[in-house]
Write a new protein. Structure first.
Lengths: 476, 493, 101
């Protein structure tokens, strides 16, 4: 059986994190009631005109700089003409032949191997409204219409579903680091269209490509490709042809479907947008932005090692996602023990985020609270079990560690006299184990420490308990 | 001062002086104007809608304010507005059925500026649908008649505004000009019409026809009035990215009664024949008057003039085809009933809502942008446009302003040219180059044909050259007295 | 951008172009427009003789660049105001016939 090679190109649309829309002053905030963030401009009322959001241009250039693109010295906008209910003007203001950024690349790492994925271009455009479908009608919400959208087009350098997934993750990392977008596919900040074709190994010419739309998660992109690539292979193997078409991914059924459209090939009739003036950023401006780029993931990783004395592994884990690194830094600001904070974040915090599919932004424990908890544990004010308990309480109920410990009397008992009394009690109540230990069964000590913990409602200082038990039992 | 029953015949400047001197009130002036409208507009049909109650209320408010010492520049002055401009709370129909029901939720910037200076808005004037036409016959509602000859067109697309000013049914009106739509009706009706340089007045709130060509402008009885209105409306607007960030000079200070030191150019390509003999004669006489006023007249050449109409109709229709795509029955305006899917909704709504000329131009514009034709037509036209601009750049090195006829013929009969669109387009030959090059241009009355139809003299100026244009127009106007000729209308006082 | 077709095509495909522009023309209109538009386009063809090889197209009448606005939120239209102009709306949405995707 002949082997097939896969070629994948991704077009990623990223909503930029500006306060207002691309061409008007309406808010871009997510989650507002339908049609409450609209104005005559973004509704396409007669007589209205677009005015460019300077921040959107800056964020696009910033993205280009962070992705190694060439920033175009002269860039302009064009009208892309087509009719659709979510289009307020029935043309979209976009960029056709002179986009803001050209070239660039994203580095991905798979199984220890690095690969450079080329970018073709990055351009700026306005988003469209949202269509909602009901039984006998459709409704349009124009809140989203006019939100600044950055389109990043990759070269067809990706060769597998895994690479595509890695690419999206890497892109997301850089863009969140740049502060350009939250890249949250669930909130619609990031959308992805996939172009995929296959060809027999040895054939230079690329096969016919299919476009897959309606991809709402990174996993969805992965799964869609996992389905589509074999579908195309099977088609060719059985003597069929891959149609050049748009397909829709159905996440529930786990399949792509041809979009049976009355869709003629779009003639977008692009022409320069007469209402907007070209963008020719002075070299000095772009240079100033390049000199002031936000920290890149790699730079942060190195800095975490250096500044906080963290091992390479910790630094890598903590810098993988910007939000997590931000959380860590915030916590560490209030702590004397960065490594301890790192441990807590890497194990407990990340575990919960993963279990609950939660974003760090929604993590219930504030960074300062975590720092306080770490401090309490490191200073031995509480023991490690208590610390876990308090962590759980913070997750469920909130509050602050100090207050919780005080309110519930969870402070570790390290008063020698108190601990000794409980130790004596444990020995008295567990004479057999005490004898076992005296007779050389060292594991009985652990049991006895456990009893001390039980009798003290977990509050005794376990190290002290252990030492005292050892001393007493050896004497005995 | 005239009796209160002739207030409607005043110019804006006259009225301001009388208001200032306490010789009349704004309420009296607006009342008198409304009475004249009632008498005449049944015949002329220059207005689509008159806000009688509202206008009187605005006038009364202006009088009260004036009594308290308010001295805003247009306080209490009534202005008529072409139906293409958004006036908050008013319908804005662009002479079309497709915008039935639409009420503007905002003021166009030009309107807001006039309003801020106390102007009173009297009503909406008739126009060719979406400003596409040269006769106002393309209005979805009814044609407007030329006050000088009721069987004739008033010109277009701002025919309503021109007619009401000429017939003293308005002291001043606003029009819009994309290829001559202020200047040509002004010349056909015998009033003053000014198209400012592109970007001089904000387009925000002007329903777009051709975005790179459109401008709002005043249509008035005198040059001074035009300068006054321009003064108030001109200036940079952050809501319009194409508006010029250039200082607004004192236009009134530019008005002088002589032309010594002024160089006027005559482009040979505009005087080659094919122009009505009377029109040619009146324009030549006007040139003679300018000479007597001290102007030096030089010959210039604008070699690419013959391509201007083609270039204009390619670019204007292309931009219009996109600008009019928004009229689809979804967010405002009229919607066709019974459509089964959105595509059908669009097609039916637009088929029912647009008139023939609008459809023709949308098809032309879509065609010249479409795949396979874009380079040959649209792109090429934009290049020839550069050549046309170059012609003017060179010509204005030799003169301060250029004189030409406004149109090759005077007003023609209603229905005469409506069968052949191309013939009608060719009438724009002298006006479209001004829009293509982004220049300013004004039409001032310069006499009549033997059939007693008005003839206009076009004065073109370089971009931001309104002062030179206003100066030439004012001096000429003051040296002649075409304004005292009034159209033979019923109910004349 | 797009390729240039060699010589002027004999006729505009009025129906095809009308469809692009979402216009539903009657047969009578198609016939009327066909001849009118043909003569207009023929008139346009005049410009094809000019040598514009080295000429830059004019997209804007005035040479302005870098016109931006600050990223600040401005008051919007209220939903009621916006829906007041809507030919049809249901609950909070602009209504259209069902879209089949």
């Amino acid at each position: 059986m002949s082997k097939f090679l896969t070629t994948i190109g991704l077009e990623v649309h990223v909503q930029l994190k500006t306060r207002s829309k691309m061409f008007c002053g309406c808010s871009t905030e997510f989650g507002a009631a339908p049609n409450t963030q609209i104005c005559p401009v973004c509704l396409g009322y007669p007589g209205t005109l677009p005015v460019m959001n300077g921040a959107a241009v800056r964020l696009t250039v910033l993205s280009g700089l962070m992705l190694g693109c060439r920033i175009s010295p002269y860039s302009k906008f064009d009208r892309k003409n087509y009719f659709y209910p979510d289009m307020p003007k029935n043309y979209q203001i976009s960029q056709y032949d002179k986009p803001l950024c050209l070239g660039g690349s994203v580095e991905i790492e798979l199984e220890g191997r690095a690969k450079k994925i080329g970018l073709t271009r990055i351009h700026l455009e306005e988003d469209v409204g949202k269509n909602l479908h009901f039984a006998h009608w459709s409704g349009v919400d124009f809140n989203r219409a006019g939100v600044p959208l950055m389109e990043i087009v990759s070269e067809p350098d990706l060769e597998s579903a895994e690479e595509a997934f890695a690419y999206l993750q890497a892109l997301r990392q850089i863009l969140t680091y740049a502060g350009v977008s939250d890249c949250n596919m669930e909130e619609g900040n990031l959308r992805c269209d996939v172009n995929v074709s296959i060809r027999p190994e040895g054939q230079a010419r690329l096969g016919t490509k299919a476009e897959i739309k309606n991809l709402n998660t990174f996993k969805g992109v992965f799964n869609a490709l996992q389905f589509e690539i074999p579908r195309q292979v099977e088609l060719i193997r059985t003597g069929g042809r891959v149609a050049q078409e748009t397909r829709r991914w159905d996440a529930d059924l786990g399949q792509t479907f041809s979009m049976r459209t009355k869709e003629e090939a779009h003639d977008y009739r692009y022409f320069p947008e007469p209402d907007l003036m070209p963008v020719a950023l002075p070299e000095a401006t772009v240079a100033a932005w390049a000199a002031a780029l936000p920290e890149l993931p790699r730079q942060r990783r190195e800095r975490f090692s250096r500044e906080y004395g963290l091992p390479e592994y910790d630094a890598k884990v903590l810098s993988a996602e910007k939000g997590v690194g931000d959380y860590f830094e915030k916590a560490v600001r209030n702590s004397r023990n960065p490594k301890a904070v790192s441990n807590w974040v890497m194990t407990d915090v990340l575990r919960i985020l993963s279990e609950r599919n939660l974003d760090i932004a929604r993590f219930p424990i504030e960074a300062e609270a975590l720092a306080e908890l770490v401090e309490l544990a490191e200073s031995k004010a509480i023991n490690s079990n208590t610390a876990r308990e308090v962590f759980g309480i913070l997750m469920q109920e909130g509050g602050t560690p100090g207050a919780i410990v005080a309110a519930r009397g969870l402070a570790q008992v390290s008063d020698a006299g108190q601990v000794e009394r409980i130790v004596d009690q444990a020995i008295a109540e567990n004479a057999k184990s005490a004898d076992d230990y005296r007779n050389g069964k060292s594991v009985a000590l652990k049991f006895l420490v456990g009893q001390v913990m039980r009798l003290s409602q977990g509050k005794a200082n376990p190290q002290m308990a252990g030492e005292l038990l050892e001393r007493k039992l050896k004497r005995g | 001062m005239a009796a209160s029953s002739t207030l409607h015949t005043a110019s804006v400047s006259d009225l301001l002086a009388w208001l200032d001197q306490g010789k009349c009130t704004s309420e009296e002036a607006v009342s008198d104007l409304l009475a004249a409208i009632r008498r005449r507009d049944g015949t002329l049909q220059g207005y689509l809608d008159v806000n009688e109650e509202d206008a009187l209320a605005q006038a009364k408010a202006a009088d009260a304010a004036r009594a308290k010492g308010d001295s805003r520049r247009l306080l209490g002055v009534p202005v008529a507005v072409k139906d293409v401009l958004n006036v908050k709370g008013q319908p804005c129909g662009c002479g079309s059925r497709i915008l039935e029901g639409y009420v503007a939720p905002y003021d166009a910037t030009a309107i807001a500026r006039l309003r801020a200076e106390g102007a009173v808005f009297v009503g909406r004037t008739n126009m060719d649908e979406f400003a596409m036409g040269s006769t106002t016959e393309n209005s979805a509602y009814h044609p407007t008649r030329n006050p000088w000859n009721l069987d004739c067109v008033p010109g277009g697309s701002s025919g309503g505004s021109a007619a009401v000013v000429a017939a003293d049914e308005a002291l001043a009106a606003l029009g819009s000009d994309t290829g001559g739509s202020i200047r040509q009706p002004a010349s056909f009706c015998g009033c003053v019409g000014l198209k400012p340089s592109y970007g001089r007045i904000s387009r925000y709130g002007l329903t777009a026809f051709a975005s790179s060509l459109d401008q709002i402008g005043p249509m008035t009885k005198t040059v001074r009035d035009a300068a006054l209105l321009l003064q108030v409306m001109a200036g940079h607007d952050p809501s319009d990215s194409s508006s010029l960030d250039a200082a607004v000079p004192d236009y009134l200070a530019a008005l002088k009664s002589d032309l010594s030191g002024v160089k006027l150019g005559l482009p040979r390509e505009y005087f080659v024949g094919g122009v009505d003999a009377d029109v040619e004669a009146r324009v030549q006489e006007a040139i003679g008057v300018c000479r007597k006023l001290g102007a030096k007249v030089v010959n210039v050449s604008l070699p690419h003039t013959r391509y201007a109409i083609g270039v204009y109709y390619i670019i204007a229709t292309a931009e219009a085809s996109a600008n009019l795509a928004r009229f689809d029955g979804v967010r405002y305006g009229r919607r066709a009933a019974g459509a089964g899917d959105p595509i059908e909704l669009y097609k039916r709504t637009r088929e029912e809502g647009f008139g023939a000329e609008v459809k023709r131009r949308i098809i032309l514009g879509t065609y010249v942008l479409s795949s396979g034709y874009h380079d040959a037509y649209y792109l090429r036209a934009q290049k020839v446009r550069t050549l046309i601009r170059g012609d003017f750049d060179a010509a204005f090195e030799q003169c301060d302003a250029i004189l030409t006829p406004v149109a090759p013929m005077p007003a023609y009969r209603i229905g005469e040219k409506s069968a052949d669109p191309l013939q009608m387009y060719l009438g724009d030959v002298f006006t479209v180059p001004v829009n293509l090059a982004g220049l300013c241009g004004m039409s001032v009355p310069c006499g009549f044909t033997s059939g007693r139809l008005p003839v206009g003299l076009q004065i073109m100026g370089p971009a931001l050259g309104e002062e030179a244009v206003l100066r030439a127009g004012y001096a000429y106007e003051q040296a002649t007295d075409w304004r005292s000729a009034r159209p033979p209308l019923p109910g004349q006082s | 951008m797009t390729e240039t077709k060699p010589a002027a095509q004999p006729a505009i495909d009025v129906r095809y172009v009308a469809n692009l522009a979402r216009l539903d023309l009657s047969d009578a209109e198609v016939n009327e427009f066909q001849s009118q538009l043909a003569s207009i386009v023929e008139y346009f063809d005049q410009i094809r003789g000019l040598d514009v090889e080295s000429v830059e197209p004019t997209a804007h009448a005035a040479v302005i660049q870098n016109v931006f606005r600050e990223d600040v939120i401005r008051p919007s239209l209220s939903r009621d105001e916006a829906l007041a102009n809507a030919p049809e709306h249901r609950t909070e949405l602009f209504c259209v016939p069902k879209i089949m995707e």
